[in-house]
Design a protein around this ligand. Sequence first.
Ligand code: G1P
Length: 291
Amino acid sequence: MSSSVRKAVIPAAGLGTRFLPATKAVPKEMLPLVDKPSIQYVVEEAVSVGITDILIITGRAKRNVEDHFDRSVELEELLRQGGKEEELNAMRAIAGLARIHFIRQGQPLGLGHAVGMAADHVGDEPFAVLLPDDVCHPSSGILAGMLVAHEQTGSTVLGLKQVDRREVSLYGCVAFEPAGDSLVEVHDLVEKPAPDEAPSDLGVMGRYVLTPAVFAAIAATRPGRGGEIQLTDAIKGLLRQEKVFGYTFRDGRFDVGNKLDFLKATVTFALERDDLGPDFRAFLEQVVGAG
Ligand code: G1P
């Protein structure tokens, strides 16, 4: 697929308090779904749509994330000596996935502030933002669909999904009108509204294709919900000068910052594995059957 979007930003500075104690000493992005850290699925998703340059915004205590995407000469040498070719190639492939860069957010001032830190790196071109708490199944085609919508409209495109009314307060929520197949035009955004104040039940699902004008909008955004500079508020500011669209989808996204969804993602990916799937399915049938 060819697209004008070459760069992605992955904000990964969050503390992961929802997953304590697992995240006391391990970044939440390093928790594995089967045997791969969740952030690697997100990097692979970006690579799968032709993105070759990825900036990960980290913070304190996230060194493991940097190490994961770096070469590990000692480990590679051990695997080579042990004749473990397959593992060796897999380790080398991680470091070769894309050009991966890191900067630190320094202060936890919010998602909008984190994305704003990418301004110099991204420059004057459209880019994707992938929140690593949201893992999309490789066959979901969500980001690919968003990039097609961006090519059609030349505008910012948000990944949107209909959610239960009671859950809108977990998401950025949009006011919209239909604009074609899977496409809506966004007229307003509210970060985490109360259910009775939400403009609709369409929530932003952690995938964005943004025009570079968002950086000026972020710079002009004052702290909002939770005292943080919210990306949702910056995109609302962008609406004053540009159109904003939403790409709607139903399936294929897991909120791996949520324990139940984390388990669903783990089970889904394990069942699809040739080496684990058949035995794991038999085990699940036995457990559920026994219940
Ligand atoms: C963030 C955004 C929110 C978005 C959500 C998607 O919230 O602020 O607008 O809907 O991600 O997962 P968080 O879940 O980081 O609190």
